[in-house]
Unconditional design. Structure first.
Length: 150
């Protein structure tokens, strides 16, 4: 079960340009106080790495992985942090009407060995997410990650 204190503190952080740094500071302090970072939200099975991926925080992702959190840890629906990061990156760009997608969290996960073939229990995969978002997102993804097989 995820510690409600750390979650409430993380979600109180206003999402602005220094949000990632403040999340990282809070997570470091949490770990340095002797707390376990291998915690999950009971209802979803999502852990800190899922939340960092969803919010697009590559420095937090790096810290959590270096602290021993598995890069391919799964939530209750079988989704990995990579799937959360990709969905969030593309959806965020779309919601904000941005032409460029920020794949920095996706890159951090791939660079740390995320399973590119991972599929959730309901069939969501990297490929299906790209197909759902269309040709523009797919093209940008493969321009940024040319070595990922189509």
């Amino acid at each position: 079960m995820i510690d409600e204190v750390i979650l409430s503190e993380l979600f109180e952080v206003v999402m602005n340009e220094d949000a990632e740094e403040r999340w990282l500071d809070k997570i470091r302090a949490y770990r340095e106080s002797g707390r376990n970072l291998h915690i999950v939200e009971e209802c979803s099975g999502r852990g800190l790495l899922h939340f960092a991926a969803e919010n697009g925080f590559p420095a937090v992702i790096e810290y959590l992985i270096k602290s021993g959190i598995g890069v391919d840890t799964r939530d209750k629906l079988g989704s990995t942090p990579l799937l959360w990061a990709l969905d969030s990156a593309i959806d965020g760009a779309s919601q904000n009407e941005e032409s460029e997608i920020d794949f920095s969290a996706v890159k951090k996960l791939i660079d740390n060995g995320a399973d590119l073939a991972a599929e959730s229990s309901d069939g969501i995969s990297l490929k299906s997410l790209l197909e759902n978002y269309g040709a523009g997102a797919t093209k940008q993804f493969y321009e940024v990650f040319p070595t990922v097989k189509h």
